[in-house]
Design a protein around this ligand. Sequence first.
Ligand SMILES: *Cc1c(COP(=O)(O)O)cnc(C)c1O
Length: 231
Amino acid sequence: MYDVKGSSMYDVKGNIRQVLSALPEGVQLVAISKYHPNEYIEAAYEEGQRIFGESHEQELRQKHASLPADIRWHFIGHLQTNKVKYIAPYVSMIEAVDSLKLLQEIEKQAAKNNRVIDVLLELHIAEEETKYGLSEQALYELMEQGEWCQMQHVRICGLMMMASYVEDEEQIRAEFRTARRLFDEVKRRWMADCDYFCERSWGMSHDWHIAISEGSTMVRIGTTIFGPRVY
Ligand SMILES: *Cc1c(COP(=O)(O)O)cnc(C)c1O
């Protein structure tokens, strides 16, 4: 649908304009800028985009230091506990929290910086083998354990997940529906009184249209906007 070949600056602007105009109200775009240069981020910024997502601490550190201060940075990758202290002073949201240990470290570092950090809990639903993400059972155990409730510097704002990278649209849709069911269950059992628990971060370049039709509130789109990543 979107031509991302030859990812010149012109294309970044055109691509993000198309994505933004296609988003329904209430759905936020996290522009995933990992591996892309500052110039591309600036082009998107000039189109009004303020939320960007990165998955490596050092790359994020450099970009944060050299790009406009009103950018809200989301950390979207797997985060090692020993890296939390580096991003805690400025990160806007940590999207992929999948253990109590990581949550505890974010609480500790956020407290040191005298701020509250928004986080999402990462689900593991896709069929793909990955070490990351909480199973349904692990999610409920984390919530039931209740320590999160005492944390003064962490706000659990919702859930995030990645669907399987497959052609089968029905499978992708089914995974988004499972994620939605888990969201509703957590909301009902533990978060009914927390207005801020409202984010469902699913949908990437190849499946964001499906994600939106299944109730996503936050899409994380990289390739469609910035073109292929050069690693
Ligand atoms: C890289 C990445 C994305 C963006 O992927 P695209 O296919 O380029 O849109 C979204 N979410 C996470 C967690 C990622 O690591």
